[in-house]
Design a protein. Structure first.
Length: 685
């Protein structure tokens, strides 16, 4: 059940193809732009295989090739000018500006950008196949779709708002979940414990963030000695490399992290340090040996289960004489809750060290940027996130100091996003240049998301309705909206903390992966959905589970293993285990559709896009079912919902109308992604 079998060959690394990573990660290849996934009935893609895992950094194409791609992309964009209304609303990027992180992920003019691969592939340097299709926004078909949106979207808001009024016969059943709010005299749905906990801690977290950044900038401004002045450091908004030494930054991180962990977990910090020390010793003792992956996974998964099973190992239960230590457990006494994410970092360090010992650190094309040996600091040779993650560090950097700083890095310790050890350490030695404008823009996005969540909790009480099962007498439309808006709340309650902590890291010069790159309601592909939802965790599972156990050569088994681990990692419950298996089962129709209805064979047919949309509707229904089971109403709740919808003629009529509406939505999602590609963005999700 657990990923304890790792293939080992005569070569130092298991065989790897880019397709393995691309099946579940959002990695982009220019070669695949023409065949970018439309839906479950949609596309396939291929990329260049360099033959090893972890993947080595690639040259990424010649300058001439990049210019050719850029010219083709610009020509395609120029052939479909945005309307003046679109420009006024969204700016020069048009509707594509709604995508997270639309800024250039490569140098301007370098062709198609992506969230992972910042260089065009050598296999398609001409860019001819990458030319996006002309837009359909102004066609009669999409004008009709706009009319449907104008009717259905307000209806989807109005229905749950009406269910949240005191006039609802079931209001008294869930009213006890409500608390006085601050918007227009409304009460606030306070039933979600996870979000309530984060919301209550926002003021102290902002204070800690401010203190941390103030000290961090101060430490970075300490002049360097002549012997260490070559180790440049980039601060947020810096246009060129500054001359501060990394030694001061490392010292600051070490001291602040130790204080932070002690304040957070109190006496439980000693337990955490014991686990860290044990994992560190095992990783260094066995790294590079065939047995290492089995021992590393057994140790860390076993530790995770043991810590949760024993409720964090209370001192009083281990030895009554130590019971007094349980009175000093810090701000977050339940340290085992945060250990779920900590365990992922322990595995990352251990496996990165194991692969580094199997194969000496590669000196990539961008080594002078990574190691700071040369360069003018203009970022021309900055490695991509994938290159940072896949490039082994020098042996001396797998030290306990770097290990401790990585595992307990304050901005990301509580909730992530998750970074690999190689990526994090690379940025500690050579922090990425993050423009101040990007940080401010991201902060504004965070505040908008926070305000959106507050508005929903003040006007739409579906989470309280769900927790109280207060849906007696609800119509099929009302039941579906209870389920839909519960998924929106799940999405937002995860997005808001993740963006806060990523913003903190960005202000500190660390570029962590964006966890949510699509709105929950902007997904039609099961594979694409998992690339965009908790993306840093997705990248982690691909690197450390999916590819090592076979990847695309063993696709179904590898996928089942991944989602079984994901379910058990979240919680030891039958509900989440059912969710994991449902996800695996629901991915199969999309894989079959991709194999049968390929774009290469049928893409030119008039009906192909509409067939893809039908597949997308089917995918949406499956994804909503699985996620309602796992994160909202459970198995019993979904059974009740489907009985109510399918058990009457009124319910069947609603289902047909809902599918027709989803069909329109999926068509708009297709065109939205085409618009992104016309603007030089492809996220393959």
């Amino acid at each position: 059940m657990l990923p304890t079998h790792f293939e080992t060959r005569a070569t130092p690394q298991p065989h790897y193809t880019e397709q393995d990573a691309n099946l579940m990660s959002g990695s982009t290849s220019n070669q695949s732009l023409a065949a970018a996934s439309r839906s479950g009935a949609g596309r396939g893609w291929s990329q260049v295989d360099d033959g090893t895992y972890p993947p080595r950094p690639s040259a990424g194409g010649s300058a001439d090739g990049r210019r050719a791609v850029s010219s083709a992309s610009k020509a395609a964009v120029g052939s479909e000018p945005s309307s003046s209304m679109q420009r006024r609303l969204f700016g020069s990027k048009g509707v594509a500006s709604l995508t997270v992180d639309t800024g250039p992920l490569d140098k301007p003019g370098d062709g198609v950008r992506s969230s992972h691969s910042s260089r065009p592939s050598q296999s398609n340097s001409t860019g001819v196949a990458n030319r996006p299709k002309r837009g359909r926004w102004h066609t009669l078909e999409f004008r009709f779709y706009a009319l449907v949106f104008l009717v259905m979207v307000p209806l989807m808001v109005w229905v749950p708002v009406q269910l949240s009024q005191p006039s609802n016969p079931n209001y008294s059943k869930y009213a006890w979940h409500l608390r006085p709010g601050w918007i227009a005299g409304r009460h606030r749905d306070d039933s979600d414990f996870q979000y309530r906990s984060f919301r209550d801690y926002i003021p102290p977290l902002v204070g800690i963030m401010a203190i941390y950044l103030l000290i961090s900038y101060t430490a970075s401004s300490i002049p360097a000695s002549r012997s260490t002045s070559t180790a440049g450091y980039r601060r947020v908004g810096a246009g060129s490399r500054s001359a501060e030494p990394r030694n001061h930054r490392k010292a600051f991180l070490l001291v602040f992290t130790a204080i932070f962990i002690t304040a957070l977990h109190g006496t439980n910090a000693a337990k955490l340090m014991l686990v860290l020390a044990t994992n560190y010793a095992v990783a260094h003792a066995l790294g590079g040996k065939r047995i290492a992956p089995i021992v590393i996974w057994t140790l860390n998964v076993g530790s995770l289960f043991a810590i949760h099973w024993n409720d964090g190992f209370k001192y009083g239960k281990m030895w009554h004489a130590l019971a007094f230590l349980d009175d000093y457990q810090g701000v977050l006494p339940r340290w085992q809750i945060n250990f779920n994410i900590t365990m992922l970092r322990l595995v990352s360090f251990s496996m990165d060290l194991h692969w580094a010992k199997q194969q000496p650190a590669q000196r990539p094309q961008h080594a002078r940027y990574v190691d700071g040996a040369d360069g003018d600091g203009d970022g021309d040779d900055a490695p991509s996130p994938r290159q940072r993650a896949s490039t082994s560090r020098p042996p001396e950097q797998y030290s306990f100091v770097h290990y401790f700083i990585y595992v307990c890095y304050p901005p990301l310790f509580i909730a992530g996003p998750i970074m690999t050890f190689n990526d994090f350490t690379s940025q500690i030695y050579r922090p990425t240049t993050i423009a101040a404008r990007s940080v401010v823009s991201y902060a504004v996005r965070f505040l908008v998301c926070l305000l959106t969540m507050e508005l929903i909790l003040h006007y739409i009480y579906v989470n309280a309705i769900k927790d109280s099962k207060a849906w007696d007498g609800a119509t099929p439309l009302e039941l579906s909206m209870i389920g839909f808006w519960n998924l929106i709340i799940v999405w937002l309650k995860l997005l808001v903390p993740w963006r806060f902590f990523r913003l903190w890291a960005m202000c500190d010069g660390v570029d962590a992966p964006e966890n949510m790159i699509r709105c929950m309601a902007n997904n039609y592909s099961t594979l694409g959905f998992w690339r965009s939802w908790h993306r840093s965790y997705n990248l982690w599972t691909v690197r450390y589970i999916y590819v090592p156990v076979g990847g695309t050569r063993n696709r179904v088994v590898a996928t089942l293993l991944v989602f079984t681990f994901v379910a058990l990692w979240h919680d030891l419950s039958l509900k989440l285990l059912t969710w994991g298996w449902l996800i695996t089962f629901f991915i199969l129709p999309e894989l079959v559709g991709k194999a049968v209805f390929t774009e290469a064979k049928y893409g030119s047919r008039w009906w192909y896009r509409h067939l893809c949309a039908l597949g997308g509707v089917f995918n949406v229904l499956l994804m909503m079912t699985a996620n309602l089971v796992g994160f909202a109403i459970g198995v019993d709740g979904i059974q009740y919902m489907y009985r109510q919808i399918l058990g009457s003629w009124q319910g069947v009529q609603f289902l047909v109308a809902a599918c027709a509406t989803l069909f329109v939505g999926v068509q708009v999602m297709f065109e939205y992604r085409d618009e992104e590609r016309r603007r030089g963005i492809d996220r393959k999700c």
